[in-house]
Design a protein around this ligand. Structure first.
Ligand SMILES: Cc1cc2nc3c(=O)[nH]c(=O)nc-3n(C[C@H](O)[C@H](O)[C@H](O)COP(=O)(O)O)c2cc1C
Length: 187
């Protein structure tokens, strides 16, 4: 069987994003057990039905990445107790049929969710909203374990890099669980 492909979608466009760093920590833990790719989607335009067909090139690219992935791992910040608008915009594009003969690309894909915030919430509320949305879109959500990491700054090194001291074992557990979750569905 081919190596599993996991596509990470980070709900932050910030260069030093904690959530992006969390995704890179997951990639390091996964090692060679799966291909792990971060989706770049800054160039996806705001959803506007006037430009929906034919799909803009950036939308075609993100759809191709999702289509070829065996699992999607969301790493989301929390903005005002919700997940960020950039992520909602991306998912709105992905939620639409590709053509008359091809349905939207998220349905049936295994999905995991994690998030990290500098405050106390650890992104739990944002994750709940995201679960509601991606369940509506028929993704197969791995509800246990989810990972919520509060107080991000307590896990930074002197250069401001996320070292994940206390949260490392929880991320490791989620990595193992998600690989199993995907494998069970591919078997
Ligand atoms: C518009 C906005 C709203 C925010 N709302 C919340 C919030 O509701 N809860 C929270 O824990 N942090 C909130 N924050 C702080 C973010 O958690 C923080 O900026 C975090 O670093 C964003 O994730 P990132 O590091 O991956 O970019 C908010 C930040 C912004 C810009």
């Amino acid at each position: 069987m081919n190596k599993i492909k996991i596509l990470a979608i980070v709900g932050s466009l910030r260069k030093e994003s904690y959530n992006r760093q969390l995704a890179l920590n997951a990639k390091a833990i996964i090692g060679d057990r799966a291909d792990f790719m971060l989706l770049e989607y800054q160039d996806v335009p705001l959803m506007n039905q006037d430009i929906e067909y034919p799909a803009p090139e950036a939308v075609k690219r993100v759809r191709d990445a999702v289509r070829s992935a065996d699992g999607i791992w969301f790493f989301t910040p929390e903005y005002n107790h919700f997940f960020p608008g950039v992520l909602k915009n991306l998912i709105d594009w992905l939620s639409r049929s590709v053509s008359d003969s091809e349905p939207q690309v998220l349905a049936g894909k295994p999905a995991a969710i994690s998030g990290i915030s500098p405050g106390m919430s650890g992104t739990g509320l944002a994750q709940d909203h995201l679960v509601t949305l991606i369940s509506f879109l028929n993704m197969e959500v791995m509800n246990v374990p989810r990972l919520t990491i509060p107080n991000a700054r307590q896990q930074l090194d002197s250069q401001g890099k996320l070292t994940l001291t206390t949260s490392y074992p929880y991320l490791e557990k989620q990595v193992n669980a998600f690989i199993d979750f995907i494998q069970t569905r591919r078997a």
